[in-house]
Design a protein around this ligand. Structure first.
Ligand SMILES: NC(=O)c1ccc[n+]([C@@H]2O[C@H](COP(=O)([O-])OP(=O)(O)OC[C@H]3O[C@@H](n4cnc5c(N)ncnc54)[C@H](O)[C@@H]3O)[C@@H](O)[C@H]2O)c1
Length: 252
């Protein structure tokens, strides 16, 4: 729940993916509360309809899009109508904790298409507007699995490590042009993400690490607060970082 009456996003347009649930939903609602025009994209029409029902009259545009499909990126960017001050690449899926010996090509490709390819394509698509404006902020949601090998299966872990590379590369290339790119690496967050095991060895190997004395599970709004800060001018000199938002898990 947003308690501040900040209007720091008045007149700004921000695209949020995965806006139907969890971290993306909390980010979209925080941005709306702070005055942004929000383009909310998600693969779930019902979740987006619920969001729209709660924000009638607000500057909210919802776009149903399967962001693993290249063709679904363009309508999301078009809904921003030429102005993109921020992009929050939040949409992502887990991978059933499947280890390398068991991963199929289809599973690997699907996880990468949602977790990484969608972020690259949206980044590429919003950059012309940001570069023309000489400003813009991109925030990619990475993961604790960007920092270690024991938090997920191989496809999720590799895709989230690659999100870090996408973030750093984008920050490097466009820092001189006024465009920033940062990532957050959440630990456990209470959302609808599917964290079930699809592999017995995955369950056996990973469970002790997830059952260790880790920090408490976060709320989606704890993540949204940091994502929105990284999208705002208040973080204007922060660029290319991968910020753990995990209660200290990354120190364990
Ligand atoms: N929940 C956690 O513990 C946790 C930890 C670390 C990182 N993350 C990351 O946070 C991000 C958000 O996840 P969440 O926990 O809020 O999960 P969530 O499942 O609650 O929300 C994810 C949203 O993304 C949407 N989505 C999934 N595939 C999509 C696609 N192909 N196209 C468009 N939208 C799609 C879903 O419909 C859903 O509304 C993900 O990138 C996830 O990897 C989550």
């Amino acid at each position: 729940m947003v308690t501040s009456a900040s209007t720091r996003f008045e007149g700004r347009t921000v695209i949020v993916t995965g806006a139907g649930s969890g971290i993306g939903l909390a980010t979209a609602e925080r941005l709306l509360a702070e005055g942004a025009r929000v383009v909310a994209a998600d693969v779930s029409p019902t979740r987006l309809a619920d969001l729209a029902d709660r924000h009638t009259g607000a500057s909210l545009v919802t776009v149903v899009a399967d962001l693993s499909a290249p063709a679904d990126v363009e309508p999301v960017v078009a809904a921003a109508e030429g102005r993109v001050d921020g992009l929050a690449n939040v949409a992502g899926i887990m991978d059933g904790f499947v280890p390398p010996a068991e991963v199929t090509d289809e599973h690997w490709s699907h996880v990468f298409s949602v977790n990484l390819d969608s972020m690259m394509r949206l980044t590429r698509a919003v950059l012309p507007a940001m570069l023309a404006a000489g400003r813009g902020a991109i925030v990619n949601v990475a993961s604790e699995a960007s920092l270690r090998g024991s938090a997920a299966g191989v496809a999720y872990t590799a895709s989230k490590h690659a999100v870090v590379g996408l973030t750093r590369s984008t920050a490097f290339f466009y820092a001189p042009k006024g465009v920033r790119a940062n990532a957050v690496a959440p630990g456990g967050v209470a959302t609808n993400i599917d964290a079930t095991f699809a592999s017995e060895w995955g369950r056996e190997r990973v469970t002790p690490y997830l059952a260790a004395d880790l920090p408490p599970v976060a709320t989606p709004d704890q993540l949204a607060a940091v994502i929105v800060w990284l999208l705002s001018e208040e973080s204007s000199d922060v660029n290319g970082v991968v910020l753990p938002v995990d209660g200290g898990w990354s120190t364990v």
